[in-house]
Design a protein around this ligand. Structure first.
Ligand SMILES: NC(=O)c1ccc[n+]([C@@H]2O[C@H](COP(=O)([O-])OP(=O)(O)OC[C@H]3O[C@@H](n4cnc5c(N)ncnc54)[C@H](OP(=O)(O)O)[C@@H]3O)[C@@H](O)[C@H]2O)c1
Length: 328
């Protein structure tokens, strides 16, 4: 089969398309003919040695996929020809991933395509919705009408957080550097979207929410934006830390937390066990069915265009960037 190989940890520019043997199934695994794979910033982090997992090389990246079952080794309830999407597990992290024509995965990491979703919508959904679900639920339920602020709101996790929080009856405000993407987020249900580069954004948000403040902030960006995000949170509010697209946080003052008794916590979608992942995914699908929201696809690249797809991801997409691996 053809697969994109990572030979060293010098970044995604060094990936190369090569012929490799098909995966060999272990008991409890299925082989998928990949139709679509989806990109995530963590693929780039892993390729740059900025990720905890250090798989043996050459490695195949890719944590999200949708495909057709080609063979199964002892997995109950799964048949050849079934269409399945991949739930976040070890695939693409410590074992070969989905930037390949075929991928082997534990049967327990496979889920049916939710009703009415297209193949492309389903292919890139699991990692970002599971992440957003963890970020929204890790503090226990918030009261109905609670205000949730999402930074990097136009990305995969951001849109997932917006849609899930809306389905949970929370009020969502977002941050996006792009006016055009801000309008799209408002059409998906955001009550308001602010530009994090506008020095007045916190004041604008405060005026919009007054007398309320943010109950939960979901931060995908980090860097110098994080202290500003924290500044908008109410007394006893929470901050779910998801990503660090803008790098480390400079000059962090812990006083930002203790005077208002804020709580901050890290999100790690990879920390979900397979069982937790499946249970969370069931909730995600139920929540989205409640509002009719569907995953947002930004762009689909040909299998041979993985480097271009990574460049699109780095620009700041609106939803998920996919690879069309086969026409099937
Ligand atoms: N902790 C976990 O378990 C977990 C799981 C999944 C993802 N993540 C992390 O969460 C982050 C978001 O992931 P994603 O899949 O949503 O990424 P994404 O699809 O690339 O989108 C992120 C969005 O953030 C904004 N952004 C990008 N760079 C920025 C910068 N330097 N400053 C300000 N805004 C910036 C962009 O929106 P605008 O252009 O509209 O501003 C972009 O659309 C990544 O760091 C990823 O590694 C963590």
């Amino acid at each position: 089969m053809k697969a994109w190989l990572l030979d060293d940890f010098t970044g995604t520019d060094a990936l190369r398309l090569a012929d490799v043997p098909d995966p060999v199934l272990q008991p409890g695994e299925a082989l998928l003919e990949v139709r679509y794979a989806a990109l995530n910033p963590a693929d780039r982090y892993l390729a740059e040695r900025q990720y905890p997992a250090k798989p043996p090389l050459p490695h195949i990246l890719g944590r999200d996929a949708l495909g057709t079952v080609l063979s199964v080794k002892g997995g109950a309830g799964l048949r050849v020809g079934d269409k399945r999407l991949l739930l976040r597990g070890a695939v693409g992290v410590t074992r070969p991933g989905s930037f390949a024509q075929r991928v082997a995965a534990p049967v327990e990491n496979l889920a049916a395509v939710p009703e009415a979703w297209s193949d492309a919508e389903a292919a890139g959904a699991s990692l970002v919705y599971l992440t957003a679900y963890q970020a929204l639920t890790m503090w226990g339920p918030l009261p109905s009408g609670a205000v949730v602020l999402v930074s990097g709101a136009s990305g995969g996790v951001g849109i997932a957080a917006l849609q899930l929080a809306t389905a949970m009856d929370y009020v969502v405000v977002g941050l996006s550097r792009s006016r055009e993407k801000a309008r799209c987020l408002e059409s998906l249900g955001a009550a308001a979207v602010f530009d994090p580069h506008d020095p007045e954004w916190r004041l604008q948000l405060k005026n919009k929410l007054a007398p309320r403040r943010v109950d939960l902030a979901i931060d995908n960006v980090g860097g110098s934006l994080l202290p500003e995000v924290i500044d908008t949170v109410s007394d006893l509010g929470k901050v779910s830390l998801v990503g660090r697209l803008a790098g480390p946080v400079p000059n962090f003052n812990t006083g930002a937390l203790f005077f208002r008794r804020l709580r901050m916590g890290g999100v790690a979608v990879g920390a979900y066990t397979n069982e937790e992942s499946r249970a969370a995914w069931e909730q995600v699908v139920l929540l989205l069915a409640r509002t009719g929201a569907r995953p947002q696809v930004d762009s689909i690249f040909a299998f041979s265009q993985l480097p271009q797809a990574f460049r699109r991801l780095a620009q700041g997409p609106f939803g998920k960037v996919l690879l069309r691996v086969s026409e099937q």
